[in-house]
Design a protein around this ligand. Sequence first.
Ligand code: COA
Length: 181
Amino acid sequence: MNSEPFNLHSERLLLREFTVDDAPQLFALYEDADVMRYTGEEPFTSVAAVEQFLSEYPYYERDGFGRWAVIDRRSDEFLGFCGLRRDNPTPEVDLGFRFFRRFWFQGYATEAARAALSTGFGAFGLTEIIGRTMRENLASTHVLKKLGMTFREVVEEDGLFWLIYSIDQETFARQPAPAVP
Ligand SMILES: CC(C)(COP(=O)(O)OP(=O)(O)OC[C@H]1O[C@@H](n2cnc3c(N)ncnc32)[C@H](O)[C@@H]1OP(=O)(O)O)[C@@H](O)C(=O)NCCC(=O)NCCS
């Protein structure tokens, strides 16, 4: 059966599955050293490398969810990405977000992440979602806390310290509705 690609909406944002056509935007996002500073990841080497990555992206088909492109519903601009990902070898699902610098401080990460958590706990029936953030990444840590996540542990990998936050379905459901930005 060939079903429609998954997408979801929030007040200002559309979260939709990446397509290969998003490669130039994703390449540009990964080119900015300020965006990448606390991600532990490297930029792509070319737009073609991103096309390859997106064409082989396994998560939507395997789990139904993955990282989603975040689009401004009014202007249709590509702002960045946000979404859920189940990474082997652990069965845990983690929340991630990354936006072009010019869109920071406007509440987009929080809004997109709330939509992602809501659909993760709702449509996808998850019981717990974690957030991993580098110890130095104060903005990301702040977003995780705003979402109602609580600190679980710190994990060291190759000299980098990652804070693990988490939230379960019941705690998320008990939260008051957020104010409209
Ligand atoms: C982390 C990131 C996604 C936040 O996006 P954003 O859209 O600016 O986030 P929001 O506007 O929803 O919320 C950010 C909050 O952090 C706060 N904040 C920002 N920088 C901060 C800092 N250095 N120290 C403390 N708080 C900070 C903001 O004031 C805001 O809180 P408020 O709403 O209470 O004022 C964005 O900075 C980003 O893309 N960073 C690079 C990629 C990254 O590090 N991703 C996460 C790890 S993979």
